[in-house]
Design a protein around this ligand. Structure first.
Ligand SMILES: [Cu+2]
Length: 127
């Protein structure tokens, strides 16, 4: 558990406000502004989460976005993960995530920009 948290804090963290209705986490990396959001409260089962990317105040719609949610192994529970590649709809990168249990899920969000650079941000959600 200790090394796991070290790993998380060594990486980039999106900071978030917790709203009654879903998540809204914001951060920036390499000059890009990142927003990770869900309109509904996250639940066990399928969830729509979306990402918006912006640079200099303009939405970025030519990136490739994917996310991996994972939960470390715990007593009586194996390591779990779920990955999805985003589908762009308008200026939102839509992700469909199936959480198999409640608790804290860490995520690693990667987006590849037109210059072929992959940017990674990390964070976590609770459900
Ligand atoms: Cu678990």
């Amino acid at each position: 558990m200790k090394s796991f948290f070290k790993l998380i804090f060594a990486g980039f963290l999106l900071t978030g406000l917790l709203f009654a209705n879903g998540i809204d986490q914001n951060g920036s990396k390499d000059g890009y502004d990142i927003e990770l959001k869900s309109d509904k409260t996250l639940v066990v089962g399928t969830n729509d989460i979306y990402v918006k990317l912006a640079k200099d105040g303009e939405y970025l719609t030519n990136a490739k976005v994917k996310i991996k949610f994972f939960m470390p192994e715990m007593p009586g529970m194996p390591y779990m993960e779920y990955e999805d590649k985003a589908k762009l709809v308008g200026d939102k990168y839509i992700l469909n995530i199936n959480f198999t249990m409640g608790g804290t899920w860490q995520y690693q969000l990667k987006f590849k920009t037109a210059d072929d650079i992959v940017h990674t941000v990390r964070g976590s959600v609770n459900l």
